[in-house]
Design a protein around this ligand. Sequence first.
Ligand code: GLC
Ligand code: CA
Length: 567
Amino acid sequence: MEHEKKWWHNAVIYQVYPSSFYDTNNDGIGDIRGIIEKLPYIVSLGVNMIWLNPIFSSPNDDNGYDISDFYGIMPSFGTMADVEELIAKAHAMGIKILFDLVMNHTSDEHPWFIESRKSKENAHRDFYIWQDGKNGEKPTNWEGFFGGSVWEKNAQTDDYYLHLFSKKMPDLNWQSKNLRQAIYDVANFWAEKGVDGLRLDAIIHIAKNMDFPQGVNTTNRPYVLADQHYANLPQVHTYMKEFHQKVLAGGNILTVGEASTAGVKEALQYSDPKNKEFNMIISFQQLSLDYDHSITHVPPKWTQKKMDLVEFKKVMQNWQLGLYEKGWNTLYWNNHDMPRVVSRFGDEGVYHIQSAKMLATLMYLQWGTAFILQGEEIGMLNADFTKLTDYRDVEVFTLYEETVTKAGYSDTEIMQRIKNRCRDNARTPMQWDATANGGFSAGVPWIGVNNNYHLLNVEAQEQNPDSILNYYRSIIKLKTGNACFIYGEFTLLLANDPSIYAYTRSNSTGIYTIICNFTGELQTTAELFEVSIQKKLLGNYENITTADGKLCLRPYEALVFFQDFIV
Ligand code: GLC
Ligand code: CA
C-alpha cells in the first residue's frame, strides 16, 4: 500500500537549542531574535523545519523543560511579539516550526502545583500524583530518569508527589479530566498561533501504574528504573487518541512523540495513521547499544562500551522494515540529551572531517524524517569541560550527589562518565566564527564555548567547498529533492560485516547504493566491487579505490552510487 502523502514526509528538521544558538543582546543567553537573525543561515542548509526546545516561562531547573507558564515566553529568550515575528518570518522563508511541548510534568513553580500542594482539598489537587508513605518509607522504590527516587515529601500535606525527572518537575496526573482539558487548551493555543508541529516531550510516560507496585531491583543502586510501571502503558494510547481528537482534528499539524524506550511494535501503534495518535516517534533504542549493562552502580546511560556495528545494523533494519509503509520513521544521531555524534561514534582527531561526513551519509539517506542538531552540520564535538562547576545540567549534579556524595564512588570515575556521556556535551554554544566566544555572544555565555571554536566554526567552513558544512548541504539536497530517498525501499547489505554499513534505496526509477566505512582503518569488500562502476554521486574522498576485484574503503569513507533504471 502506498502512503498517503504528507508534507512532513519530506521534512528535514534542524534542531535549535535556543539558549545556545545566537545571543543578540549580549546577556550570554541565546534568544528568539538570534534565531530570527540566523534564519538565512538555516535556509541555506536546505532544511525546511526547525524544532525549538522549550521557550516557555521556566525557572530553568531543567533548561526550560520545567514550565511554569505554558502561555508565557521565557523573558531571557524574548517576548510573545518576537515569537510571532519568528513564526511569520520563518514561514515567509519556507521554514516550518516545531514547538516542544512538555505535557508529562510542569515546574513546581507552576501555579497548578503551588495550589495542588497546599491541601488535600485543593481544587488542583488531582492535577498531580500524590501518595502516602509506606511504613515511614517512600511509596515505592522507583528511580527517576535523572537518578534518585521519584518521590519527594510535601511538608504541607505530609505525603509525597511523584516526579520522574528532577524534584522541581512534578508529574501531571492524566487521569484527571480537568488536567487533560487544560493541556489540550495549551496545545490549541499554540496551534492557533501558527506552529506547524509539536514535539510531545516524554509523552510515553504520561500514564503510570496507579497501584504503585515495588520495582524488582537487581542493581546496586537504592532505587530502580521500573519502566514497566511508567512507560508505554496502554492508557498512553487512549490519552493520545483523545489528544488527537481535541487538538489535531482537521488540522495539518505534525506530532512527534518522544518515546525513549519504545520498540518497533509500540512505534507502529503510535505512528500508524489509522490509529490517530502521533505522526512519528523518536525512540532511543538504536542509540543505547553502546551502554554497558554489566555496570549497575550508575544508571545505564552513564556507562559505555564499543558499539557492535552488526547489532546496530540489525536494530536499524528492524526499524526501517518494521514501519515501512505502515507508520513513519525518524533518523537522528544526537540531540540536546546526548553526546555529540562525532565524539561518540566518529573520530575527534585526524579523521574528524571524514567521519562527520560518513556519519551523515549513513544516517540521513535511510528512510525517515531527519533531525539534525545545531552544530552537527559543522562537526561540533563534545564539551571540553574539566570541573564539575563547568557543567550546567541538573542531571549531572544528581548523578554526582547520588554516586560520589551519597554512595562514596570515586570522583575521578564519575567525572569521566560525566565527560563522556553528559547532555551538556550537546549544549555548548554554536560556533559561528573565530571571534570571542565563537561569535555566539559578546557577553559571558551561560555555558562554556568549546575552545576549538578558533578552527571549528561556521565561517571557516563556509569558505571551504570541502567542509563538513557544505557536505551536509549536499546530503540534505539529495534527501529532500528525491522521491526515492523519501519513499524508496530500504535494503541492508553486508548484514554481518563488522566494519561496513551499506544499504540501497530503490524505487521503479533507480537504485542508490550507500557504502560507509564505520572504522578508522582500511576496509575492503569484494561483494560491492560491481557497484563501483556505477555513477558516483557523492563521497568524502577523491576518486574511488579498487584492488584485486575489491572495493577499497579508506578510513571513514562514504560513497553514494546511483544506477538509473530508465536509460
Ligand atoms: C525529554 C527532554 C529532556 C528533558 C526531559 C524532561 O527527555 O528531551 O531534555 O530533560 O524530557 O522534560
Ligand atoms: Ca540574549
